[in-house]
Design a protein around this ligand. Structure first.
Ligand code: SF4
Length: 605
């Protein structure tokens, strides 16, 4: 069927079926980082009898236990509201795909077929195969038929007919960076990229690859699905269009397929209940509903197992103090529990590649004793100054930094714009912040006084200082990149995260929300957090409705509390007048954890 459809860019194009944002069932990246839950396998009946499970490429990454729980207890996820940060990233990814689609299709509409996203998956798969058989050059929103025997399902934003070797090349559109710019140089290896509008893969001296294994796994998944229908191109390549939408990064899939096949066999076996899984703490746990949610028995009345948090605590699992790959390594050495690690007395494992192993052992001992921090140093110190400013910024996705909050002599001063990002008014607020900060510094210097500005984890602040200088270059009072560099590379810019990391072992994490309470600080808003602030911002500026003034207040209080938390923390770590309420006095030293089972003091006691 051929019909006209309207694209979001406003134009109309001729195509057989219209697409929105591509494949809803087979995107590894569309969720913007949410791995397993969005990949929930869907048991379906075959001929009304046997039930089979399907998984898409998202099942290839992330927590295996989550995959198992999503498959076996989907009813426990009904009513679970999507994590705000995940939702934001998913929406941003959808907008990105729409922009890519509109731009590419509008440039050459007669060579595109856009699959209608509003049709059922089976109809989209039929339309995709039909377009392939007809030899269509470019297909947007492709869906491949789900495979009852293998369990594969999936699709990709673009199927591109290989003009030279035949077959179709899968190209995914993702909302993360797939390359970084670099100065052209005579390196041994140059990634292969292609022009967006004309398939022309060739070595690219201007970029380096950002390694994204999930993209490669997804492309391998699509390659296998194309292969089943005799549609896979002999070139054995796939492509990725990333956040910058400036080129297609070409992936060679030959070296990826073996690992993909192994991984897929494991994951589908987990979904089918053929392989057991147990929890193990990984970064993904922070946004996973199963962390605090228990699976239920068949009749739904009793928890059939504890939540992951409960299970890990009950088992005193090693991953609680050595998460992720550390736990896997330690288990290979026979360390299953925190107690096993706390009793470790020999040499460190020969394949340990993380922080000093002795610190990991101390972390285990601190966890057992309940100490929230352990001092690495004899005396905790933070650079202090006569004039001290605490700084914290709030940004919204990659759109910009809308709020620079400062604290000086107990007075909170926000520099902000409530024009919805992106907005040129951000240049005004950034320039006012920078001008004010530099004035305070200059006045201190003129008066013969020392100056320091503090942030917690400079990665974000530095990034937005540089990006703001770059984006708003030449506008009134906006500093140059060189001026920003001179300041952030200088001695007056102090990163409290670095001070904490260097001087403490933190069994419960190093985030400001974990550390500042140990120093005695509490946030006014119990929901305060970076992810939550994204939702508040949308409401505050009125992206979806009239601006909600209460959310503006909430954001300002959240930002003010963050700078006050930084101040409380640094004064506790390095008080001008020594006293009993200080890190030196309250935090036990590493030496107190040298032995597996000494009696220790801690802040709680
Ligand atoms: S809470 Fe962590 S261990 Fe449990 S299912 Fe989720 S990601 Fe996996």
């Amino acid at each position: 069927m051929v019909r006209l459809a309207r694209l979001s860019g406003g134009g109309t194009i001729l195509h057989s079926v219209y697409s929105g944002s591509g494949d809803h069932d087979g995107r590894a990246d569309d969720s913007g980082g949410e791995p397993a839950r969005a990949a929930a396998p869907r048991p379906e009946s075959v001929n009304g009898a046997a039930r089979v499970a399907y998984v898409d490429a998202r099942a290839l990454v992330g927590c295996r236990h989550r995959l198992h729980l999503d498959a076996t207890h989907p009813e426990r996820l009904s009513g679970v509201s999507e994590d705000a940060g995940v939702k934001q990233r998913r929406e941003a990814a959808a907008a990105h795909r729409t922009k890519v689609r509109d731009t590419l299709v509008a440039a050459d509409p007669q060579h595109w077929v856009v699959i209608d996203p509003d049709q059922p998956a089976s109809a989209r798969a039929e339309a995709t195969l039909r377009a392939c058989v007809e030899g269509v050059q470019r297909i947007w929103g492709a869906v491949l038929p789900q495979e009852a025997d293998t369990g594969r399902r999936g699709g990709c934003e673009i199927l591109l007919r290989d003009p030279d070797r035949g077959g179709y090349i899968p190209i995914i559109v993702v909302n993360h960076k797939v390359t970084d710019p670099r100065q052209p140089d005579p390196a041994d290896f140059h990634p292969t990229t292609s022009d967006l509008f004309h398939w022309d893969p060739r070595p690219d001296r201007h970029v380096r690859i950002r390694t994204q294994p999930r993209d490669q796994q997804r492309l391998a998944h699509l390659y296998r699905m194309l292969q089943r229908h005799g549609l896979a191109g002999p070139a054995l390549v796939g492509g990725a269009i990333g956040y910058h939408f400036d080129r297609i990064l070409v992936h060679d899939l030959a070296p990826v397929l073996d690992e993909y096949d192994r991984r897929y066999a494991d994951r589908i076996a987990v979904v089918r209940g053929e392989l057991p899984t147990v929890p193990s703490k990984v970064p993904e746990c922070r946004q996973c509903p199963w962390w605090s949610r228990a699976p239920q028995s068949g009749d739904g009345t009793e928890p059939s197992a504890p939540s992951c948090e409960g299970w890990l605590a009950a088992h005193r699992d090693i991953s609680l103090v050595a998460p992720g790959s550390r736990a896997e390594l330690l288990r290979r050495h026979g360390v299953q529990t925190i107690d096993d690690l706390a009793e470790w007395t020999g040499e460190e494992p020969e394949d340990w590649q993380y922080e000093p192993f002795g610190e990991t052992v101390v972390t285990a001992r601190a966890w057992i004793s309940g100490a929230p921090l352990v001092r690495r140093v004899e005396q905790v110190r933070v650079q202090r100054a006569d004039v001290e400013v605490d700084v914290d910024l709030e940004s919204y996705q990659e759109h910009g930094a809308y709020l620079w909050g400062t604290l000086l002599d107990g007075v909170y001063r926000p520099f902000l714009t409530w024009d919805p990002l992106p907005t040129s008014d951000e240049a005004r607020s950034f320039a006012e912040f920078w001008t004010w900060l530099m004035r305070i510094r200059a006045e201190a210097t003129a008066a013969g006084r020392t100056f320091a500005a503090y942030c917690y984890s400079r990665t974000a602040e530095d990034k937005w200082l540089y990006e703001s200088a770059r984006r708003f270059a030449g506008m009134p009072d906006v500093p140059t990149e060189a001026e920003v560099r001179a300041f952030v590379d200088g001695p007056e810019w102090v990163d409290m995260f670095q001070a904490v990391s260097e001087q403490f072992i933190c069994p419960n994490g190093k985030g400001l929300k974990k550390i500042a309470p140990v120093a005695g600080f509490g946030w006014r808003d119990p929901e305060a957090g970076g992810e939550a602030s994204m939702s508040w911002y949308r409401l505050a500026v009125g992206y979806d409705a009239a601006p909600d003034m209460s959310q503006r207040t909430r954001l300002l209080e959240y930002n003010e509390d963050d700078v006050r938390a930084t101040q409380v923390l640094r004064e506790w770590m390095s008080p001008l007048v020594p006293g009993p309420h200080s890190a030196d006095a309250e935090v036990p030293a590493m030496t107190e954890f040298r032995e597996p089972n000494p009696v220790r003091r801690n802040i709680c006691t």
